[in-house]
Design a protein around this ligand. Structure first.
Ligand SMILES: [Zn+2]
Length: 228
């Protein structure tokens, strides 16, 4: 909320306007508008970028953030690639650029590329928190639990979930999803002496939680009480 508070304080009108117009566009509702109704995916991206490029709020945001010599995200988020779980929206940062350093990989698993990205953001950019975000109805977790044969490259991101599957055998899917977040946090600590050092000496924090997609949950993230 660090940067959101002054934004809303400065201009409630702008915020309300953006919530009414910009967010629905960002969420895809714009595809029906004004007869252009693009059907092919590339046109949708082009239109979305036009909207971003011409939006007055983001003009100010770009000036504020891109005017700095480097990025200074306050948190790193490792989340699933699932299209329904964008961390910038889930954590209320859709109006502010530069707050979150986001790594998205199906199943929110830690592989060397994800770990290297985490280390870069923590050590070089001085982000102070890693948050591992799992989510309800995760296809990667479902695939890991199903134990069916997988295409070779899909198997890469399903394999690191197997430990969570073993630990939660006979229990409901949501328990595997939660355990997978804990397993990936363990993996970060096990595999990165850089992150262990930052935790011990620099106050770097790691936390986790699960996002609920069902309608009754109202977009809630369950933050694990002990942070992991
Ligand atoms: Zn997922």
């Amino acid at each position: 909320m660090r940067r959101m508070a002054p934004l809303f304080h400065r201009s409630h009108f702008l915020a309300v306007l953006l919530l009414m117009f910009a967010l629905p566009y960002a969420l895809g509702a714009h595809s029906q508008r004004s007869g252009d109704n693009p059907v092919d995916p590339l046109s949708k991206l082009k239109l979305g970028n036009q909207e971003f490029s011409s939006n007055e709020h983001f003009k100010q945001e770009r000036k504020r953030v891109y005017g700095q010599a480097k990025q200074t995200p306050f948190a790193i988020v490792l989340s699933c690639s699932d299209s329904r779980v964008p961390p910038e929206i889930v954590f209320g940062k859709w109006l502010s650029l530069g707050d979150l350093f986001v790594i998205r990989v199906a199943g929110n698993v830690v592989d060397p590329t994800a770990l290297g990205s985490i280390e870069y953001a923590a050590k070089v950019l001085h982000a102070k928190l890693l948050f591992v975000l799992g989510h309800e109805r995760c296809g990667a977790v479902e695939a890991a639990r199903a134990q069916n044969p997988l295409d070779p490259n899909i198997a890469w991101f399903v394999a690191p979930i197997q430990l969570a599957v073993e630990r939660t055998r006979g229990r409901e899917e949501i328990e595997t999803i939660k355990e997978n977040v804990r397993v990936q946090i363990e993996n970060v600590r096990k595999q990165s002496s850089i992150i262990r050092d930052l935790e011990e000496k620099e106050g770097f924090k790691i936390a986790g939680g699960v996002f609920y997609l069902n309608e009754k949950a109202n977009g809630r993230v369950e933050f694990f009480p002990d942070g992991r």
